[in-house]
Design a protein around this ligand. Structure first.
Ligand code: C2E
Ligand code: CA
Ligand code: CA
Length: 572
């Protein structure tokens, strides 16, 4: 058994001088190095617990008129939760059992005290205490990570939504108004691309600090992910009040930031929605603040309160694009590429993710989803698009199955599909007509989509689970969903956002985050897929961090269906 190198500080509590002397003699003969502090009463013991650095307590059960376990209710003890070994008298087994229930680590009957027994009990108790301490530290860190953005220290999405709910309740009760500000940095991606991610991170930290300085202590500012921020303003009376704060923020952000000898100027777009004018519930308010933000961005303003006119002008432009998309779907201009997901340990291919592409018949070149999914999402086109993708994916993977290439498939769902009441029926029919097993289909929804509509997500996930379809939370880690939600959703897998993978070799923080997410997933019986593995050398490291599956350019880029059988042959 391994003995600790450091000196162990023991507190020996016993009112009997002779017994104390006897125990002390045993302790001196241990292999462990002990420094012994003695106390002959409970009050004396409490003083030492408070003032001294104690690692472990050896506690006599009968101490004068009192009982040793009185220590358990001491406030300093409760804070430190030191390991206690109880020394019990003849026939005190029942007392010992009760004491263990109350939080004592172990006990030794006085008559059996010996060097060997003391040594083995102390060692095991100290080891357990150390493990518990580590576990507690991990839990604290996860707890923190689940409510705060680790880069800027601002509230994260989970905490923001919690606050929003409270603010709404208060406003309803007291007939007050409040404002939601949706803030997006302009061209932030260019900062990252030009100056690197480290500079980008520094900018975000400065931006977060400036925002906080523009606000009162009662206002909440949150980082929702990437370069997206949000604010709730409580003590305001009119749209003008909210606009004033928004102006203050955009002026503060525009002040040049000096990073690595470069002056960086950050413009922002701020959309504002007020309760109750723009909406009585949070979904509506958030949606309108978001629409206002997009309007501001498109029209190169700095901030605006939501209005109906905005809506009309926004719709016109996205209607045009949506029309083209609807036509594209009818003309079968969409096709899928497939990217393999492998087991990090044995490198076997587990499944493929289907990624949609658009090849307009009148143009050369492929359009990638980043350039048309947002338009599809802001129109009705997202529904036929999703159905088309489901059909294409099932059709193809069924062909592979028939050719003895058994490939489960993951399909992306956009946030709006959560509200589509036809989705279950569609899925059921599609599985039926392609004769494809539900258990080989995973539907991916981004963490942001899930978190912004958690009630609905819960319903949809429950239904998918019932149908035997697997579920996955995509781009996880940006919003730090709280543990509570994840537990309820019973997801089959979590996909860690590629931002963390990209940073893995440069930032210890990313490593910690990946490891924490993996630990969290383990507790929930959920598997982990790491995305964005560009360097195949990372596979082992990621496996060591607790992740099971991976996907990325380093393994394979998304490829057209016809290339897949050959690829899988070569991969073997
Ligand atoms: P996603 O679901 O996170 O998909 C992964 C994206 O990362 C893909 O981009 C993929 O090509 C890219 N990728 C894969 N490995 C690497 C890597 O090692 N490094 C880097 N930098 N990138 C990698 P893609 O195909 O352009 O898709 C972008 C996003 O569009 C997807 O992100 C997904 O959110 C959305 N999307 C794709 N297909 C569909 C679809 O059928 N329906 C919906 N609603 N959304 C889709
Ligand atoms: Ca995905
Ligand atoms: Ca993803």
């Amino acid at each position: 058994m391994e003995t600790p190198n450091d000196t162990i500080h023991l507190l020996l509590v016993d009112d009997d001088d002779v017994d104390r002397e006897r125990t002390r003699r045993f302790l001196r003969n241990l292999q462990i190095n002990c420094a012994i502090t003695e106390a002959d009463s409970i009050s004396e013991a409490k003083k030492h617990i408070k003032d001294d650095k104690i690692d472990c307590i050896l506690l006599d059960y009968h101490i004068g008129e009192s009982i040793g376990t009185d220590i358990l209710s001491d406030s300093h003890y409760l804070k430190l939760k030191l390991p206690i070994v109880l020394i019990t008298g003849q026939g005190d087994e029942r007392i010992a059992a009760k004491a263990i229930q109350d939080g004592i680590y172990d006990y030794i009957p006085k008559a059996q005290l010996s060097v060997n027994l003391l040594e083995s009990v102390l060692l095991s108790v100290l080891r357990r205490a150390k493990l518990e301490q580590e576990l507690k530290a991990q839990q604290d860190r996860l707890e923190y990570l689940s409510f705060y953005d680790s880069l800027t220290g601002l509230a994260n999405r989970a905490l923001y939504f919690d606050r929003l709910k409270q603010v709404l309740q208060l406003a309803q009760r007291n007939d007050r108004t409040f404002a939601i500000l949706q803030i997006d940095l302009d061209l932030f991606k260019a900062v990252n691309d030009t100056y690197g991610h480290a500079a980008g991170d520094n900018v975000l930290v400065v931006v977060a600090r400036r925002m906080r300085e523009c606000l009162r202590a009662t206002d909440t500012v949150a980082r929702l992910g990437g370069d997206e921020f949000a604010v709730v303003l409580t003590e305001i009376h009119s749209p003008q009040d909210a606009s004033l704060v928004a102006d203050k923020i955009s002026i503060a952000l525009r002040e040049p930031i000096l990073i690595d000898n470069h002056l960086i100027r950050i413009d922002s777009s701020i959309g504002i929605a007020l309760y109750p004018e723009q909406g009585q519930n949070l979904d509506l308010l958030l949606m309108k603040a978001d629409r206002a933000m997009y309007f501001v961005k498109r029209n190169q303003k700095s901030s605006m309160v939501y209005s109906e006119e905005m809506e009309a002008s926004t719709q016109q432009s996205s209607f045009l694009k949506a029309d083209k998309l609807s036509l594209a779907i009818e003309n079968k201009e969409l096709f899928l590429e497939y990217q393999p997901i492998i087991n990090l340990l044995n490198r076997k291919v587990r499944s493929v993710e289907a990624l949609v592409r658009w090849q307009p018949s009148d143009k050369t070149g492929i359009i990638y989803p980043g350039d048309f999914i947002p338009d599809a999402e802001s129109s009705e086109a997202i529904y036929p698009l999703t159905y088309a993708v489901i059909d294409l994916a099932l059709n193809q993977t069924k062909k592979w199955y028939d050719a003895s290439i058994a490939m489960p498939v993951s399909i992306n769902l956009s946030a709006r599909m959560l509200d589509d009441s036809d989705l279950p029926k569609y899925l059921m029919n599609a599985l039926d007509s392609h004769k494809f097993p539900a258990s080989c289909v995973t539907l991916e929804l981004t963490e942001t989509a899930v978190m912004s509509n958690i009630e609905q997500a819960r319903k949809v996930f429950r239904m998918l689970n019932k149908m035997g379809i697997k579920t996955s939370i995509d781009d996880f880690g940006v919003g730090f969903t709280s543990l509570k939600y994840l537990q309820e959703l019973e997801v089959s897998e979590i996909k860690i956002d590629k931002a963390f993978t990209a940073d893995l070799d440069r930032k210890f923080r990313s490593e910690i985050i990946i490891q924490s997410i993996a630990m969290l997933a383990k507790g929930l019986n959920t598997s982990i897929v790491v995305e964005g593995i560009e360097d195949i050398g990372l596979l082992q490291k990621l496996h060591r961090l607790g992740c099971q599956f991976g996907q990325g350019y380093g393994i394979a880029r998304p490829m057209p269906d016809i290339h897949f059988p050959q690829w899988i042959q070569d991969w073997k």
